[in-house]
Design a protein around this ligand. Structure first.
Ligand SMILES: Nc1ncnc2c1ncn2[C@@H]1O[C@H](COP(=O)(O)OP(=O)(O)OP(=O)(O)O)[C@@H](O)[C@H]1O
Ligand SMILES: [Mg+2]
Length: 256
């Protein structure tokens, strides 16, 4: 594992980054939320983004998703992007499969939905109504909706936050399996430091409007946060402003 202080990711000239922002600034009224932010994500790289509540994580994700204006600033992203939010955002009046293919203009949409739903273990719930799904199932349907677009960039905004611990662990396995199979670049926003370490190639901390810290994680997956990774966790929590007493706790830690 190599640990690096604040620096930009170096990308070899042969490999164009999937995502590139340079000196990006985003203001709401008088408040500057993102300030001179540099970010690169390589094709197929899994990056987690931590930061205190209100630090601008969703603002950054919405920019990368093309949901917010970039105000003429250069924002490089792949053409095909998909987002999964904390809540599944399924339309209650459409069956699951139609939710999955919503807005998709492709032949055989039902077959496409079925394939994606099978991949997330919901191949038997094509015609179910969203209200009949559990929280974990609904989030899996939201993942299928992202997947069916075959994104080159998958943006995940705290997608597991509302799930119980066991379901969250299963979702981790699922997301890793989907990432391996489809190889999109991933940006996962989370408050859960252990989740960030368990899943990603690189963990970033958003602080004062820019990427304030970075940890590269090269340990084999599946990972347990022990040994050298405990030091990574402590450093990340330190960057997030956790009190020293929190750092001593062996339990799973999330910083709001
Ligand atoms: N459309 C908007 N208009 C005005 N202010 C906004 C808007 N969107 C976000 N903000 C402000 O920008 C700041 C960053 O918001 P953002 O949602 O990006 O934070 P976050 O890091 O995702 O927080 P959380 O962890 O709580 O989800 C907040 O102070 C928020 O109130
Ligand atoms: Mg947010």
């Amino acid at each position: 594992m190599s640990i690096s202080p604040i620096r930009r990711q170096s990308v070899s000239p042969a490999a164009e980054p999937a995502v590139a922002l340079s000196g990006f600034t985003r203001r709401f009224g008088q408040a500057t939320i993102l300030k001179d932010l540099d970010l690169e994500i390589a094709a197929g790289e899994f990056v987690a983004l931590l930061g205190r509540s209100g630090s601008g994580k969703t603002t950054l994700l919405r920019t990368l998703a093309g949901l917010d204006p970039a105000d003429g600033q250069a924002v490089r992203t792949p053409d095909v992007r998909a987002v999964v939010f904390q809540e599944p955002r399924l339309l209650p009046w459409k069956p699951v499969w139609k939710n999955v293919t919503l807005g998709l203009t492709a032949p055989s949409p039902r077959a496409k939905a079925e394939a994606a739903l099978r991949e997330v273990g919901l191949g038997h719930r094509l015609d179910a109504w969203p209200a009949t799904l559990s929280g974990g199932e609904a989030q899996r349907a939201a993942l299928a909706r992202a997947l069916v677009r075959e994104p080159q960039l998958l943006l995940l905004d705290e997608p597991f936050a509302a799930l119980d611990a066991l379901t969250r662990l299963k979702m981790h396995e699922l997301v890793l399996a989907l990432w391996r199979a489809h190889q999109p670049a991933v940006l996962l926003v989370t408050h859960d430091v252990d989740e960030a370490i368990a899943l990603s190639d690189r963990v970033l901390v958003l602080k004062d409007g820019r990427i304030g810290a970075e940890e590269r994680i090269e340990a084999e997956r599946p990972r347990r946060v022990e040994g050298a990774l405990q030091a990574v966790r402590a450093r990340l929590l330190g960057h997030l402003g956790a009190a020293p007493a929190d750092l001593a706790s062996p339990q799973r830690i999330a910083v709001a």
